[in-house]
Design a protein around this ligand. Structure first.
Ligand code: DX5
Ligand code: ZN
Length: 232
């Protein structure tokens, strides 16, 4: 199992996106791009034209997290544009199966996200349709929020669902992930870690990614030895 670190461009300087992406190109795995529409979440960021522009300059694969009210309409376009992963929110999608299939058909990995207050069990039957399950560890909409420990039991349950399902499904956490909180996520079974402030708010974003990876890897090993992801 290779843990993935995905710095969130939300915490980068939006006027220098390509240069900021280059700062983490040697140590990170994916670039996380937060698309917000001012409806599903009370914040407005960037959309398809900026993602398409970034795709031309970024060395790392783009992991697009769509916090938008109509993902069924827009998600396949992000996949067609060349994003590696396209994640839609369970709370927003009206036809998640169709949309997840359309994302895959357009050549990307399909992701499904759940907010802190959304249970994961109702989506267990959708696991064959997804390549990535995103368990939000803050309410979506803004960077720099405090990590919600109350999500950890759900993260463990999600890890168990994935283990029972079998196959390759990434378990991603997003929100408040820092050197202090990433270990708890890894022990609970997460294997993809989005971090915005902890990377681009650090003095050296490149080194910050390596520190996050080191803490996560140690905790992940500990979790497997002690049955973290498979307990509870
Ligand atoms: C929040 C976004 C996150 C955000 C995380 O809604 O989905 O990706 O950038 O930022 P930090 O790591 O600062 O909490
Ligand atoms: Zn995000």
């Amino acid at each position: 199992m290779t843990l993935q670190i995905a710095p969130s461009m939300l915490a980068a300087d939006f006027a220098r996106l390509a240069a900021e992406a280059a700062l983490v190109a040697d140590t990170a795995d994916w670039l996380h791009v937060d698309v917000m529409d001012g409806h599903f979440v009370p914040n407005l960021t960037i959309g398809l034209p900026v993602v398409a522009a970034l795709l031309k300059h970024a060395a790392l694969p783009l992991d697009c997290h769509l916090m938008i009210a109509d993902p069924d309409r827009w998600a396949p376009d992000y996949a067609s544009a060349g994003a590696r992963n396209v994640t839609i929110h369970a709370e927003a999608a009206t036809a998640p199966v169709r949309t997840l299939r359309a994302i895959r058909a357009a050549g990307a990995r399909a992701g499904l996200a759940v907010n802190p207050g959304t249970a994961v069990e109702p989506y267990a039957d959708l696991l064959p349709e997804v390549d990535l399950l995103l368990v939000m560890t803050v309410e979506p909409g803004f960077g720099g929020q405090r990590f919600l420990d109350l999500v950890l039991p759900k993260l463990r349950r999600a890890s168990n669902l994935i283990a029972r399902h079998g196959g390759e499904i990434w378990l991603q956490v997003d929100g408040g992930v820092t050197e202090e909180t990433i270990g708890r996520c890894a022990e609970a079974g997460a294997d993809v870690f989005v971090a915005g402030t902890a990377v681009f708010g650090a003095q050296g974003p490149c080194a910050a990614v390596e520190r996050l990876r080191a803490v996560a890897t140690a905790a992940w090993d500990r979790g497997r030895r002690c049955g973290g992801g498979s307990a509870g």
